[in-house]
Design a protein around this ligand. Structure first.
Ligand code: TXE
Length: 495
């Protein structure tokens, strides 16, 4: 029995501009496929530059014309909290809507994506009146201070792997800081955020303050990035697209940009790590969650030789136990890959890895699980050297490479990646070794004896090197949506 009937889901389709859903003329629409079964389930309007211009100009007018940026911050916070409450209460609608068009199993969407989206909005709401600027140390007849102000209209571009959550991080932080937003979601998962926007308006976010334009990245995304009224960009996606966005921000501004990009994150395991069974669950979960389509996926297992064979066997057992299936199948444990193209890309890297001399011990591309959806079974690749494509390239699927080491120094050397530095996991019972590794690892996040985020939104997330610039979440995410005005007052003259 299905958790929901995918053919019975009402899918809002259109752009969202000035507080209203704008359906597109049929000749501007493109079919969107359900990843679970490859079925075309709705049509996506594809914005051209003129519609992006209309949305951005409208957002700017709303930002200037409504009191969103000027109202007392606690009132802004109240609206955002109300929005979070509506999102939470809407889970019976939002979760199937998220699941039907993405790789998020409805069970996870209910238990995690929707509550996490709501809690993220609450977290940012709480910052609305917490970040105001400083008083500077100046001579005593001067008052010097900084005043935090919103940028105006922020442009946000999000990927397909966690459509609601990614949008809430970008939009929540920008709105809490008093900006308006124009969001371009991924063309592969464009619809659930429309419901988010409808709820924002219901909560009292003024029309025009949160807008969505749909379309192709190179057309609508590029037009958004270049638009002169977009004062700041925030992006999550591939490193190549992030670089293109940064170049466009330099040429058409310059304007600041936050980039959360790709990764190839190591899980470094020392042979004193306790509880091998629990550990195997953590290691496997870090690469099979969302079928590995996670920016911080722990895709490289680097394990000390003493426990390597036992740990790899325990991970392989967990891999083999996975059951692929549609996001509405309550018994499935492994969701689909977002698209056929993406699944073939995963397989191509695995094939190249094998040709380069490594051994693929399980898994692989699997068709016909459900219609024409693409599924990739969890795959272990052993015998890889540091130059193997599976070690170097972000695969973005449930593929784990295994490398072994003798000494701490060797383990740390293997954990280093020549380009990426998004996240890393360290597993050891030795606190000194754990902290030495934490210092040595060149990554934006280091998890010790765990892998993955907690629900502590206060911990920022973002990468080193080619994994990004700036932070999502945390106080830093709100600060990134504010600019500082410096003020100097001279009160030394007689009044
Ligand atoms: O990403 P893109 P894709 C990685 C992962 C994956 C690969 C390709 O390795 O296999 O990227 O995925 C918009 N100007 N990640 O092709 O191109 C696009 O419409 C402005 C890691 O989906 O980066 C979409 O909304 N925008 C990642 C968004 O960028 C442009 C999550 C992401 O698309 C644009 C996703 C342009 N020129 C993929 N071109 C993570 N860090 O979590 C595209 N877009």
């Amino acid at each position: 029995m299905s958790a929901f009937d995918p053919d019975q889901i009402h899918v809002p389709a259109g752009h969202f501009i000035q507080g209203r859903l704008i359906p597109a003329p049929a000749d501007q629409a493109q079919d969107v496929l359900r990843p679970s079964d490859g079925h075309a389930y709705a049509s996506l309007p594809m914005a051209q530059a003129d519609l992006v211009d209309e949305a951005v100009e409208g957002a700017y007018t709303a930002w200037r014309g409504t009191d969103w940026a000027r109202r007392p911050p606690r009132e802004r916070a109240r609206v955002l909290r109300r929005w979070a409450d509506l999102v939470e209460a809407d889970a019976p609608t939002l979760a199937p809507l998220e699941a039907v068009g993405s790789t998020r199993p409805v069970r996870d969407a209910l238990a995690w994506d929707v509550p996490f989206t709501a809690d993220g909005l609450r977290f940012f709401a709480e910052y609305a009146d917490k970040l105001g600027g400083d008083v500077a140390a100046t001579r005593t007849d001067h008052l010097g201070m900084t005043v935090a102000e919103p940028y105006g209209v922020v442009g946000a571009i999000t990927p397909w792997n966690f459509p609601l959550v990614m949008a809430s991080w970008k939009v929540g932080a920008a709105l809490a800081a008093g900006n308006a937003v124009v969001l371009k979601p991924s063309e592969l998962t464009p619809f659930s955020v429309l419901r988010l926007a409808e709820l924002a308006v219901q909560a009292g976010v003024p029309a025009g303050i949160f807008n969505i334009v749909q379309g192709d990245g190179r057309v609508a995304g590029a037009a958004l990035t270049r638009h002169p009224r977009i004062a700041k960009m925030t992006f999550t996606g591939s490193t190549a697209t992030g670089a293109a966005i940064m170049a466009a921000c330099a040429q058409h501004g310059p304007k600041p940009v936050t980039l959360e990009l790709g990764g190839k994150s190591p899980q470094l395991v020392f042979d004193d790590a306790p509880d091998l069974e629990r550990l195997a669950g953590v290691i496997a979960g870090a690469i099979t969650g969302n079928a590995g389509q996670v920016c911080v996926a722990g895709s490289r297992l680097i394990v000390q030789k003493g426990i390597a064979a036992a740990l790899v066997a325990a991970v392989a057992k967990r891999f083999a136990a996975h059951r692929p299936g549609a996001t509405w199948d309550p018994d499935a444990t492994l969701p689909p890959i977002i698209s056929r193209a993406q699944a073939l890309r995963i397989d191509a890297i695995v094939q190249r890895a094998v040709q380069a001399g490594s051994v693929s011990t399980s898994g692989g591309l699997r068709g016909n699980v459900c219609g024409t959806g693409s599924y990739y079974l969890p795959t272990l690749i052993e015998g890889v050297d540091a130059g193997n494509p599976a070690v170097l390239e972000e695969i973005f699927g449930p593929v784990l490479t295994v490398q072994t080491f003798d000494t701490e120094e060797e383990g740390l050397a293997l954990a280093a990646h020549p380009h990426y530095g998004l996240a890393a996991g360290v597993h050891t019972a030795n606190i000194n070794r754990a902290l030495r590794a934490m210092r040595a690892l060149s990554a934006g996040t280091v998890w010790i004896n765990r892998y993955g985020r907690s629900n502590d939104f206060v911990i920022p997330t973002g990468g080193y090197h080619q994994s990004g610039i700036g932070k999502d979440l945390g106080r830093q995410a709100v600060e990134a949506n504010q600019r500082l005005k410096s003020v100097l007052i001279d009160f030394g003259m007689p009044g």
